[in-house]
Design a protein around this ligand. Sequence first.
Ligand code: AMP
Length: 214
Amino acid sequence: MKLVLLGPPGAGKGTQAVKIAEKYQIPHISTGDIFRKNVKEGTPLGVEAKKYMDKGALVPDELVVALVNDRLAQEDCRGGFLLDGFPRTVFQAEELDKFLKGEGKALTAVVDLRVDEDELLERMIGRRVCRSCGAPYHVKNMPPKKEGVCDHCGGEVYQRADDTEETVKNRFLVYKEQTMPLVAYYEKAGCLLPIEGTGGPERVFGAIVEALGQ
Ligand code: AMP
């Protein structure tokens, strides 16, 4: 299966991506995670990406496209993949189409998670994540057993620099202006699967599996 996970920031893409990748045994490719890893390691890509990420802006298309093309060319993506957080612009979507076409492939489906904006804001501002293993938490809905400590690996649970209220608002604007057009793009391509993203992670996951039909 060659899948794209689409949806506004805070829609639960990361949570669903882990489940989908596990069920269908495909690599989970999160451009946000790749950038965060590079920022943490202080690589040239990380230093460049951080300038944009801290403001809630998108990293320039050329950087992201080259990164994803490299990743998709790796052996483990032959049987399929799940892209989480990519594409985020029409240009990126067109480049992805070109890349896949060059390999004689096409996307199986684009899962579009839909959540009301007020709920998204509350989800994101309360969002916390483990610095070591990336496990997601929420101050109200899903706090770690011990404050600030990951239940799974004992790592530090922190708030991403781009989950503060000001940055979150900017990320929504960026989503509306640059990423929302992808809904129409994939609708036209006939591979869009709209999924209601509320009612708990298990319900949402069930709806995704049902929509994928396998
Ligand atoms: P995410 O974890 O997917 O919300 O991504 C965090 C940040 O990484 C975004 O706000 C962007 O600054 C950057 N980023 C991740 N994926 C992309 C992408 N496909 N295009 C441009 N910037 C991206």
